[in-house]
Design a binder for this molecule. Sequence first.
Ligand SMILES: CC(C)(COP(=O)(O)OP(=O)(O)OC[C@H]1O[C@@H](n2cnc3c(N)ncnc32)[C@H](O)[C@@H]1OP(=O)(O)O)[C@@H](O)C(=O)NCCC(=O)NCCS
Length: 238
Amino acid sequence: MRSLSTHHPQKLLQTRPPRPQSHTGDGELEIRIERRPSLPSRRRDSAPAPPPHRADRKARREANMTTIRRFCCDDLLRFASVNLDHLTETFNMSFYMTYLARWPDYFHAAVSPAGRVMGYIMGKVEGQGESWHGHVTAVSVASEFRRQKLAKKLMNLLEEISDKMDKAYFVDLFVRASNMPAIRMYEKLGYVVYRRVLRYYSGEEDGLDMRKALSQDVEKKSIIPLKRPITPDELEYD
Ligand SMILES: CC(C)(COP(=O)(O)OP(=O)(O)OC[C@H]1O[C@@H](n2cnc3c(N)ncnc32)[C@H](O)[C@@H]1OP(=O)(O)O)[C@@H](O)C(=O)NCCC(=O)NCCS
């Protein structure tokens, strides 16, 4: 979410399911992704739905056997297909490597049985006192694997690390004001718009700074919305 050149987060971003996860012991979480039950037709005379396209069936099979594990250096050479998306902001290698080295607990990949990177999340923990918080720098899922709760699982994982391990007060992220799918997802995950950052993205589009309070923030003070928009130079963190 943050750009190197402007020192402002450029985007982002973001799941844990009803806990069907088991820890494998070496930092890997084996995750079975639940299939959505098919809804019965409201109309008795409606035609049966066409069978899913072969590629869709393959994507669903793979998503059903997803492993969420720490992102590793090699993944940098294999995640280009996830980044092929105009809403997914990409960074240079040294930016990714810095995150990997400094905040490895905040960088995870969702990987198919064949080893394909289906999606990822990267973030960090920063701030002081009651501003100590987890930050989602980027979250993205390849288009063929969307709406199968991968982003939700990745987000939930980052939130749990911020909450339980780092005892952060909240998690925040920046999202383009026009990126409604992502905004809907964050709202569903419990994030609220804390403030609007004017012309945050490349000096053009506004960004929404969204936050979710964690258990440390008992009074939920961190998510009381700011009454006025701010400009990027007023941001506390890069
Ligand atoms: C946003 C994004 C990460 C969501 O990934 P995903 O794996 O499809 O999301 P999930 O399946 O975990 O969605 C969880 C919930 O979020 C909401 N949601 C997700 N995508 C949505 C969409 N396109 N429209 C409306 N709501 C959406 C839904 O409520 C969904 O639950 P449901 O499927 O039971 O209705 C994905 O669309 C993406 O990679 N987009 C491009 C990059 C991007 O915009 N990243 C965020 C930048 S800030």
